[in-house]
Structures are given as C-alpha cells and as structure tokens.
Design a protein around this ligand. Sequence first.
Ligand code: ATP
Ligand code: MG
Length: 422
Amino acid sequence: MDKVQSLRGMVDLLPESIGLWQRVEGTAQDHFRRSGVREIRTPLLEPTHLFARGIGEATDVVGKEMYTFEDRSARSCTLRPEGTASVVRAAIQHGLLSQGPQRVWYSGPMFRYERPQAGRQRQFHQIGLEFLGFDDPRSDVEAIAIAWDLLVELGVGDLTLELNSLGTTEDRARYRSELVTYLSAHRARLDPDSRERLERNPLRVLDSKDSETQALLQQAPSLLDVLAPSSRQRFDLVLEGLSALQIPFTFNPRLVRGLDYYSHTAFEITSTKLGAQATVCGGGRYDGLVELLSGPPTPAIGWALGMERLILLLAQSAQQEKLGPVPDLYVVNRGDLAQSSALLLARGLRRLGLAVELDPGGAAFAKQFKRADRSGAPWAAVLGDAEADLGLVTLKPLRVAGEPISCSLVDLDAIRAVVGGL
Ligand code: ATP
Ligand code: MG
C-alpha cells in the first residue's frame, strides 16, 4: 500500500513546535479572563445554510471555499469556515441574548478550500472575539484594544492597525451605486476577477490585489464622502477612543471585509513581515447578522486572528527562546523491581505537581542518560534494582555540577523539595 499522507493544506503540528502554540493559547486565555470575556465552544460541523445565510452566497468563502458534503441522512453539512456565524447561532439557540449583552471568545480550527501557501492553509486556526448586544462606539474601541493588547503582550512588533467605516446599509447602497458608475466607465481596465465582482459584490473590487485595478481605485469615490453625518460622527468617536488609548492607526478607505454582514467599523491588523498574507487579525461591526439568522435585532462587533500567521511572526522574532515542554525530572530505570518502583514514583510525584518523564523499556543506563539529557530536565532520578531493593532513589543534577543525592523512595515530599528547589 502507498504511504498515507495528510490532505493538501492540512498541517500536522508536531511536539517540537507545540510550545509556541501553547504559549499563545495560554496567554490568550488569560488575557480574555482579565478582559471579562468568556469562552464559548461550538461544533466544527454546522448545517450548510447557516453559512450560506450568515456569510452570503456572493462571498468567496461560501461561493468557492467551503467543505460541504451530505451526511448519511442527506443533510447538507459544512465544516465551519469561520466562527462568527456559529457563535451567533448558539447565542440565539440558547437564548443568551435575552440574558443581556454577551462578551465571548473562541479558538479552534477553521476550514477553507483555498490555494495553500505560507500563512494560508485549508485547515487553519483562529482565535476570535464577539461582543453581542453592544452598540456604543466605545465597544468598538474596547474590542480593538483587546486584540491589539493581546498581540503586544505576545511580543509581536511592527503591527499596523488599519481602519475604515462601512457606514450603514443605506450608506453602502449609496456608495455602491457611485462605485459601480465609476468602475463601469473603466471596465476594460479591471482585472477579470474584479469584473466579475462588479456584477456580484462591487465593494469587493476595493479588495483587489491587481496593480492596474488598484491604480484605478486611487481616483474612485471614497466611502467616507458618502457617509451620513451620524455614521461619520460615530467613526470619529471610535478614532478618538483609540487615540485616547494611544493605539496608533491608519485610515484605509479601501478596506472592506470579505463578508457581507459588516457595517460601520471595519479593521485589520497587518504586519509587513508576512509577505502576501499580511493580515493577522480582521474584524468589524456586524449589526445586521443576528437578525439575518432569525435572532432579535442585536448590534455586534468582533474579530478573528489567524494563529498560523501569528506563529510565523513569533517564530521570526529574535528574542524567541525555544519553548518545548521540559520535564522537571527524568526517571532513568532498569531492572524488574526498579521499573515497577519507578512507575509508582513517577505517579506519586506527578500527583504532587512535578512534570515527570519516565524512560520506557529498560534500555541500557547510558542510553537512558542520553535521553534524559535531551529532554532538557534539570534532574534525573536513577533507579536500578540495587537501589530499589534498599528503598532508595538517587537524584542527579543534569544541568549544573553537583553531587548526587540519595533519597528514600517513599519520601515524595523530600524528593519534590530537592527537584523543585524548595
Ligand atoms: P485573507 O484576505 O488573507 O484571505 P480573510 O479576509 O479571508 O483573509 P477572515 O475571514 O477575516 O480572513 O479571517 C480572519 C483571519 O484569519 C485572517 O486575517 C487570517 O489571519 C486568518 N486566515 C483566514 N484564512 C486563512 C487561511 N486559509 N489560512 C490561514 N489563516 C487564515
Ligand atoms: Mg480569504
């Protein structure tokens, strides 16, 4: 049989690189706790129409990128391509919205059938935040600040926050017709993708990566100019709030989000160190989505951060030390009695809170010591039948010079005191 390989765009995270992931997840979890945001977990698999309705047929995500299949009862199912629609579904389904505004976060894998490249996979991971039932411009400021501060806390430098306002549905309708008039007059200069978007979802033309299209867009009407005064005022309040928190930003009139349900504030946090896949975090206000999914009218704002791109940035930064999980103690053991005593010892010490790695299989002592060294553990516990017979274990420092210490096998507190440096 041929060797079985993972599917294209589906990536294994091996133990040697997991340290960075765990640090990011741990920091995020603590950051959200301190920010008064609670975790929510939703299924990876959802009914297809959740995304068709919630994201919109005209988007790339729904139109081209979803993993959709029929289950055994011929129900159309989709592996979630993003988190927001599921969070909103869950909030409606469980009546969370009648309990007051919700501040939630999530993390986990998302699935999109895209062309894999650096920072772009078919299974990728996001950390996301959703504020449901928040209308005040200050909630936009807080949501953005939580994303910004998380990235700063993780030690990601050289970030740019770009902002735009998409206004209300009416603002966008007005803008759309101005934009279509302008672009139609220059249709021949548009790239093929943008020509198609001009028919289906004209605002997305602003997103085009094509240089000729981008040049054309320099002269295009700006959304900001058609915003109603109240939308404009709202946007100014958000900008003032960010300035007050000393979060630097740049205004980007061509920033539109790929998904249809966004209104007012839209933002992206980008890094120049990521090449073509520059956006680490994207988000914005989606006041219309909850109603679109048959919930009560509920203003909302949220964002999602791409974990792979974040990890790429962290792995690049020089101060990043190697962060594999290192045991406190490595148990070297050989012989029948020694091996059963070692098992008991490891279990007892783990119960006391030490991280203990037990060498398996009873290989020669020299081999086990090599593995103990490689593990990075500061201490080895050495157990042969002779020691076990006497009810003793020898603790040997591995990283610094020092005499071995003999301890009673049953005095776990004494062993912990030596190893834990207490
Ligand atoms: P892009 O323009 O890069 O395709 P997007 O607008 O489709 O991004 P969102 O739906 O806003 O992205 O998702 C939020 C974040 O999730 C992105 O900014 C990015 O960091 C990350 N992300 C999106 N798609 C992928 C993917 N296929 N692989 C890795 N990360 C991704
Ligand atoms: Mg995309």
